[in-house]
Design a protein around this ligand. Structure first.
Ligand code: UDP
Length: 248
């Protein structure tokens, strides 16, 4: 079966990472997966949230924010600030990004600091949350390098790289990394977050006015796993070129 953009069912979109696009950030990456483009910026503050002090929790904290820029969609998307509240979807996505990164980061090693990961969608064409996680994995790696160079930390707190990709069932076919057109037509939508050694961090799967079988779930997970391997390989290539210290 040929997909609308000519890809094979197990083929992710063209991936590109542009590093250090925001010089004031400790680490920044513009990640492109086909026409979906997300800016991931990491800022480190030398403070921890009040609740950590109050509860005597040691180490650092990591938190994420996600937003779609007004011109990232085909019709203008109003900024949350103009509406006076964060939309439910953004809130769900930013919590997913935060959980995903915390799963591979040793917060003790971070020390009494807060790491902010800001993900802003420049162009949306499906899979913005998964692109944000993949980009954040690289942006955080760059930020660690900076902290190591500044001798603020002794070793990298990042245990493993992570990546995320979507999978779904469209017209009865399981496929990976859906673009918006495919996402709209999908009967099942699945987002997979996994580490470079193939361990799951999170699986979000839902039937959209449809149901799915265990066999289809298995197919989507297999496609997702392969996609994640491809995305990790792309991260590793970028890291090697820039001689950024990566987790071993
Ligand atoms: N989308 C949009 N406006 C919105 C929300 C979503 O145009 O307010 C489009 C966008 O292309 C996005 C896609 O719908 O990538 C799929 O949205 P979903 O909520 O499934 O999240 P995503 O796949 O981006 O993680």
């Amino acid at each position: 079966m040929q997909r609308s953009d000519g890809r094979a069912l197990d083929q992710i979109r063209a991936i590109n990472f542009e590093l250090n696009i925001a010089p004031h950030a400790s680490g920044s990456v513009l990640v492109a997966m086909g026409n979906t483009r997300v800016i991931c910026g990491v800022t480190i503050e030398e403070i921890v949230p009040r609740w950590m002090k109050d509860q005597g929790v040691t180490g650092g904290w990591l938190t994420a924010e996600y937003s779609m820029l007004p011109y990232s969609t085909t019709t203008r998307k109003q900024r949350d600030i103009a509406k006076g509240r964060l939309d439910g979807r953004s809130s769900e996505i930013q919590r997913l990004i935060g959980r995903s990164l915390r799963s591979v980061i040793d917060l003790e090693k971070l020390g009494p600091r807060t790491m902010w990961i800001d993900c802003d969608v420049l162009q949306a064409d499906g899979g913005t949350r998964t692109a944000a996680i993949t980009g954040a994995s690289l942006a955080v790696t760059v930020a660690w390098k900076k902290l190591l160079e500044e001798k603020k930390i002794a070793s990298s707190p990042m245990r493993k790289l992570i990546a995320a990709v979507s999978a779904g069932i469209v017209d009865g076919n399981a496929m990976v990394d859906l673009n918006y057109e495919e996402d709209k037509a999908a009967a099942v939508d699945l987002n997979l977050v996994a580490t470079e050694d193939g361990e799951f961090v999170e699986i979000q799967g839902s039937g959209e006015e449809a149901t799915f079988t265990q066999g289809q779930l298995g197919e989507m997970l297999a496609l997702g796993h392969k996609g994640i391997r491809d995305l990790i390989a792309a991260q590793r290539n970028t890291i090697a070129l820039l001689t950024v210290t990566a987790p071993t």
